[in-house]
Design a protein around this ligand. Structure first.
Ligand SMILES: Cc1cc2nc3c(=O)[nH]c(=O)nc-3n(C[C@H](O)[C@H](O)[C@H](O)COP(=O)(O)OP(=O)(O)OC[C@H]3O[C@@H](n4cnc5c(N)ncnc54)[C@H](O)[C@@H]3O)c2cc1C
Length: 427
């Protein structure tokens, strides 16, 4: 770990543009806060100055990306660092398959910029609005049994720690890098990151609508033989509409799956691309994002992939027997194991089960029941979605928790970057 910039005196007020006591709300509208200061740094120096200002004034600090998390990660009454102006791809290396970007760069902004250099992100999730540091903080993922989360691709990071210093962590510091890969903003404010990426690739999409029995009969083959395989199981005929997904033109969607298969194909030239619904062929980064513009709230749990089918069927039973009013599709995806200490995928090839609910309705009993039903599978939870994780659960589920806690304290002994939610889990 290299300390780039030792502590210097802070200005009386942040040098970056700032506002006082402006209410903040997340994308889903279920998390709010009124920070004393909301600071928008335009460069590294302004970000550093804002953190040093907070240290001097005794104020806590949280960074915010695109605000797409629905767990209480961002709330603070102190200094909220809005990183949206720190946005740019800062370098690419085609031979090493690497890309560097400022922390506030959205996933969307990687698309064209990397493609021009013959590169592409290895995988993406359902949307591309998140800032890269926000996606890394919660181990945001797509689907594919051989594909890891964004965090699994982090190879270097420059951040501001709790002493108000800029430090760099690279592959030579694996102990710290594995903590930084999934840190929920608790190690400090990320300024710039380097990701391992792929050579650019085209994807052929295939959308199908099998019955549940058909989905089960090809379960393992679909997981094994597609680069990306995922599905959304529909409890009711009108489930797809709730997520603005096109249902089957021929079939009633009740107890059917909307399945997505994406496979890499070589394309002789760009005119070969196709925008035909359900069978698109395009640059990878244009295929992944699904839209999802209507607000919703989600709980997302991760089980070992060998338990994926049993866990999915347990959730189906729960909906049928106790919560028939829950009509949103249940999304099921796969993610490869990794080594990041607090990654949901640490040491476990995983099946991802996502439950979606309508804002403004009382979905808490449904989520609590789902949490209870899945306990036999020792589920981990998406840090950026609603969950019921506690410190004692983390102690059982994350074998490297103590190493992470030790590193967090080394980076931020006074807890500058903790809020109530993260203090309960990692304080
Ligand atoms: C419509 C929708 C679709 C989604 N699809 C997927 C999906 O397909 N796959 C998936 O895994 N998740 C998905 N998510 C969840 C989402 O990817 C995560 O919640 C992600 O963390 C949000 O990124 P963000 O930029 O909005 O970060 P925020 O929600 O703003 O922040 C998340 C965390 O990152 C920290 N952070 C942000 N910037 C920095 C920084 N510069 N330095 C340090 N810490 C920082 C924050 O403090 C916070 O702890 C989805 C969410 C929504 C609303």
């Amino acid at each position: 770990m290299t300390t780039v910039n030792p502590v210097a005196p802070a200005a009386a007020i942040p040098s970056a543009p700032f506002r006082t006591e402006v209410p903040w709300t997340n994308w889903g509208g279920n998390q709010t806060a009124t920070p004393a200061f909301t600071v928008q740094p335009r460069n590294e120096e302004e970000a550093l100055d804002a953190v040093r200002f907070a240290i001097r004034e005794g104020l806590p600090v949280r960074a915010v990306g695109s605000g797409h998390s629905s767990s209480p990660l961002v709330q603070t009454g102190g200094v909220l660092m809005d990183m949206s102006r720190l946005s740019a791809i800062t370098g690419t290396d085609q031979s090493r398959r690497r890309a560097r970007a400022l922390a506030g760069t959205t996933i969307n902004a990687f698309g064209d910029a990397l493609w021009e250099q013959g590169l592409a992100l290895s995988n993406q999730g359902d949307i591309d609005k998140q800032q890269i540091a926000g996606a890394l903080a919660t181990s945001t993922h797509g689907s594919g049994k051989d594909l890891g989360s964004f965090s699994s691709k982090l190879r270097w990071v420059k951040l501001i720690n709790g002493f108000g210093e800029i430090v760099e962590i690279g592959e030579g510091q694996l102990r710290e890098l594995r903590a930084a890969q999934v840190a929920l903003g608790t190690l400090g404010v990320f300024l710039e990151v380097e990701l391992e990426v792929d050579d650019s690739y085209y994807l052929q999409e295939q959308i199908t609508y099998p019955t549940w029995e058909e989905t089960v009969s090809t379960w393992q083959d679909d997981i094994d033989s597609n680069r990306h395989y995922s599905f959304l199981w529909c409890p009711e005929a009108d489930s797809c509409e709730l997520l603005d997904l096109p249902g089957s033109p021929e079939h009633n969607m009740a107890n059917r799956s909307y399945t997505k298969r994406y496979n890499a194909v070589s394309v002789p030239d760009e005119p070969a691309i196709s925008t035909r619904e359900g069978a698109r062929l395009d640059r990878s980064y244009r295929i992944y994002p699904g839209g999802f513009t209507t607000q919703f709230h989600e709980l997302e749990y991760f089980v070992r992939s060998e338990d994926g089918l049993a866990a999915t069927e347990a959730i189906q039973d729960l909906i049928r027997t106790k919560h028939p009013d829950q009509k949103y599709p249940v999304e099921v995806r796969w993610v490869k194991a990794d080594d990041a200490y607090m990654s949901q995928f640490q040491g476990r090839d995983s099946t991802v089960i996502t439950l979606t609910t309508k804002p403004g309705t009382d979905y808490w009993q449904f989520f609590r029941d789902a949490d209870a039903v899945l306990q036999e599978f020792e589920p981990r939870a998406h840090w950026g979605k609603i969950h019921f994780m506690t410190r004692s659960r983390l102690e059982r589920l994350y074998p490297e928790l103590d190493t992470f806690l030790q590193i967090r304290r080394e980076f931020d002994p006074r807890g500058l970057f903790l809020n109530d939610h993260t203090r309960a889990l990692f304080g």
